[in-house]
Design a protein. Structure first.
Length: 149
């Protein structure tokens, strides 16, 4: 029997995939647990419609992420930090502090867990922090740290 998977099923296939399984497996396990439906013309039409909607939503979110990435190019976050006796920076500016400053100053909300490299700004001057905004879209947060006087 051919079925359309409604969810990912381990060792069988991914969501929206059409697979061939035994009749008993489909009727006694997959269909009652709402993991699959029978593959009919109507089912295939519904699946194609859902896949098109998901693709459109994905492209919309990706476009929004590109807009945010373009906004980040023109933004430089300014921080001040104390200097130690030898002139180096005492402490560091973490990605969380950069995210909080973006939210407070520019209204841009990003997830601190999406940083590509967990670098901190631990020296005076400019530092670039890469963040993955959405699948396939990376942005760069520019951070400038000056000495607190």
């Amino acid at each position: 029997m051919k079925v359309i998977l409604l969810q990912d099923v381990k060792t069988l296939g991914k969501k929206n995939q059409i697979v061939e399984v035994s009749d008993g497996y489909a009727q006694n396990f997959l269909i009652p647990k709402r993991l699959a439906v029978k593959s009919t013309e109507r089912g295939i039409e519904v699946r194609d419609k859902q896949m098109a909607e998901e693709k459109a939503l994905f492209e919309q979110k990706q476009a929004e992420a590109r807009v945010i990435a373009d906004k980040l190019k023109g933004i430089t976050l300014e921080f001040t930090a104390p200097a130690s006796k030898d002139g180096r920076m005492a402490g560091s500016i973490s990605p969380k502090q950069a995210i909080d400053a973006l939210k407070n100053q520019y209204g841009i909300e990003l997830d601190k867990r999406k940083f590509v490299d967990k670098t901190t700004a631990n020296a005076f001057g400019y530092t670039r922090m890469k963040i993955q905004i959405f699948k396939g879209v990376e942005g760069v947060i520019n951070v400038h740290v000056s000495e607190k006087k």
